[in-house]
Design a protein around this ligand. Structure first.
Ligand SMILES: O=C(O)CCC(=O)C(=O)O
Ligand SMILES: [Mn+2]
Length: 205
């Protein structure tokens, strides 16, 4: 699909370690919480937090962006420069991202097929970075029933959903255990996978 990019091994090992350290610093100020589904209130299998001026959250009231953590009530921490730099290099979009959604998948977690469409500015791409264990990523088309394909996202890979692919359905079928030791150095994460999804939310002035 035009507009879909998979930058395999975009970050080398040292860059992955440095980005992980930046994420661990974000987590100190902004710990993971477990989002719940709108209406049903069913818990997500992923844990989430955010950095940047706006964070994506989900609870019984619905999906939305807000400037504060739903449990601590504090503003989200600043987006690390490492993430802003990746966005500048791959997004081809002048304004910076506003939301850095951090998803933590334990080895049993997954994410159902969905579109990213809670943003006012859908001309800006979505840029997503993988760290830790590999994941089976499912990519579909613009309609839920369109044919899908799967690809493996490895630690250090960067995916861009831009242009015609911006609203493509996508999801994570499963995490493949023991495919990376990057997260093992942190006693609280240990296993699983981190994904950081960068999005522009509002239309630049
Ligand atoms: O984990 C991933 O690679 C995808 C995450 C995602 O699609 C999302 O948070 O909207
Ligand atoms: Mn998504």
């Amino acid at each position: 699909m035009d507009g879909f990019e998979h930058h395999s091994a975009y970050l080398n090992k040292a860059e992955q370690r440095a980005l992980l350290q930046d994420i661990l610093n974000v987590l100190k100020a902004s710990p993971f919480y477990r989002p719940t589904m709108p209406k049903s209130g069913r818990p997500f299998s992923v844990m989430e937090t955010n950095c940047g001026p706006l964070g994506w959250v989900s609870d019984k009231q619905g999906y939305r962006y807000q400037p504060t953590h739903p449990e601590t009530g504090n503003p989200w921490p600043d987006m690390p420069n490492s993430l802003l730099t990746i966005w500048q290099k791959v997004s081809n979009f002048a304004a910076p991202p506003e939301a850095g959604l951090i998803n933590y998948y334990q080895n049993t977690a997954k994410m159902g097929l969905h579109q990213d469409k809670d943003e006012q500015d859908l001309t800006a791409p979505v840029v997503s970075i993988s760290l830790g264990n590999s994941a089976k990523f499912r990519l579909g088309g613009l309609n839920r029933r369109d044919k899908t394909t799967t690809l493996e996202l490895k630690s250090g890979d960067v995916v861009v959903l831009a242009g015609n692919a911006r609203l493509c359905y996508h999801g994570i079928d499963r995490i493949i255990p023991n495919t990376s030791c990057l997260l093992q150095k942190d006693p609280e994460l240990q296993e699983g996978r981190l994904n950081i999804t960068l999005r522009r939310v509002t239309k630049p002035q």
